[in-house]
Write a protein that binds this ligand. Structure first.
Ligand code: CP3
Length: 345
């Protein structure tokens, strides 16, 4: 028996009957909300917010209060894992993440380690989760998360975002043994980290494979799914969602993972994905975040079309990727309210 005032998302994931589809947004915490920006601008930067549990908890809960979403997602970043392993990052204003040191060859492996005290190095995330759980007071479940090993590998080798990820891919093709060694270490730390999040109170875990789309089917199978699969096998305490952005080609393989939910981006047709993935999993997604730039009527119409494509099947409404920072919060509310007004029968 769940103790939440609103447990629609957990019921949906478990395949229990609900009268509507649950809804939340990737990247809902922050950026779009003036209330977030107010807190953020009083600090030295993004990392101070991530590393201050009380404030991280406050911005985690903002979208629950202001937008009415059915789940909170802990305010943090996937980049805390490479940092804990030995590669510190900076979040450069208006540009994004930047790593001073990167892994390019075997010798660079001395920069990173999976033999670290994860509870100590990432204790601030654990504390933020505990603080969030207390303040959420069982209103909605809390989603914990980590980057998938391939996506973390991308940042550890590129040192920043990239259009082609050719530095990361170069290692896969020129030194696969090195790639596997690093991916294995990332996986070990990620599993330990996710278990700590669950112990602290995370009710659902989402694994973000944001750069899955730059690989092809067999390469993703070898360097991507292999490690996501290890994470899924290791996490049995709570349901797991795998979101492999751009990996439309991998849906058949993703369907075999020991996870409950598969995230879809907006290029993956919902009905086609249901046929490929089958009836045993919950799907999540997948309105193009740019639809939220259109007028209220169009947002409502496109959202209803999307909901109709879910049929009465297991589905969590979401965008097909994170909400963009320049989105009007009223348009976000329009999406959320349209989902909540639609009954399943
Ligand atoms: O979803 C949420 O609301 C919770 C918080 C969250 C953040 N990052 C906060 C954040 C989550 C789940 C992430 C995950 C994340 N971080 C991913 C995977 C999801 C995806 O979008 O594909 C990735 C690839 C990152 C790495 C990252 N962090 C980048 C590339 C950037 C810069 C560009 C951008 O999106 O702003 C960040 C910064 C970041 N992470 C911000 C936030 C709120 C913006 C920083 C700020 O407020 O100044």
């Amino acid at each position: 028996m769940s103790t939440y005032q609103n447990d629609t998302i957990l019921k949906m994931i478990n395949g229990e009957q609900t009268d509507r589809f649950p809804v939340w947004l990737m990247r809902q915490a922050g950026r779009i909300l003036p209330e977030y920006r107010a807190i953020r601008s009083s600090l030295s930067g993004f990392k101070e917010l991530v590393e201050t549990p009380e404030l991280a908890a406050e911005v985690t809960i903002q979208p629950v209060d202001i937008l009415g979403v059915d789940a909170a997602i802990i305010f943090s970043d996937i980049l805390v894992v490479p940092e804990a392993m030995g590669l510190p990052y900076q979040m450069i204003e208006k540009k994004g993440p930047w790593f001073e040191n990167v892994i390019a060859n075997e010798a660079d492996l001395k920069l990173v380690s999976d033999k670290i005290d994860v509870a100590d190095r990432l204790g601030y995330v654990v504390d933020a989760i505990k603080c969030t759980k207390k303040e959420l007071n069982n209103r909605v479940p809390l989603i914990g998360f980590a980057g998938a090993p391939w996506t973390i590998f991308c940042y550890m080798t590129e040192g920043q975002g990239s259009k082609t990820f050719s530095k990361a891919k170069r290692i896969l093709y020129s030194n696969p043994a090195l790639a596997h060694q690093l991916l294995d270490q990332i996986t070990n730390v990620t599993i330990e980290y996710l278990k700590l999040q669950i112990e602290a109170g995370a009710d659902i875990i989402q694994v973000f494979d944001s750069w899955a789309g730059v690989l092809d089917q067999s390469t993703y199978s070898e360097f991507g799914t292999k490690y996501v699969s290890r994470i899924c096998e290791a996490i049995n305490e709570v349901p797991v969602t795998v979101f492999a952005k751009g990996a439309y080609y991998a849906r058949e393989e993703l369907a075999t993972l020991d996870c409950q939910t598969i995230g879809l981006d907006w290029n993956m047709d919902v009905e086609e994905s249901r046929r490929i993935i089958g009836m045993d999993k919950t799907l999540q997604g997948n309105l193009d975040p740019c639809v939220l730039y259109s007028d209220f009527k169009s947002i409502e119409r496109k959202t209803k079309n999307l909901l109709n494509s879910f049929g009465n099947r297991r589905h969590i409404a979401n965008l097909g990727h994170g909400v963009y920072p320049d989105t009007d919060p009223e348009k976000v509310k329009c999406f959320i309210e349209t989902v909540k007004a639609h009954s399943i029968n």
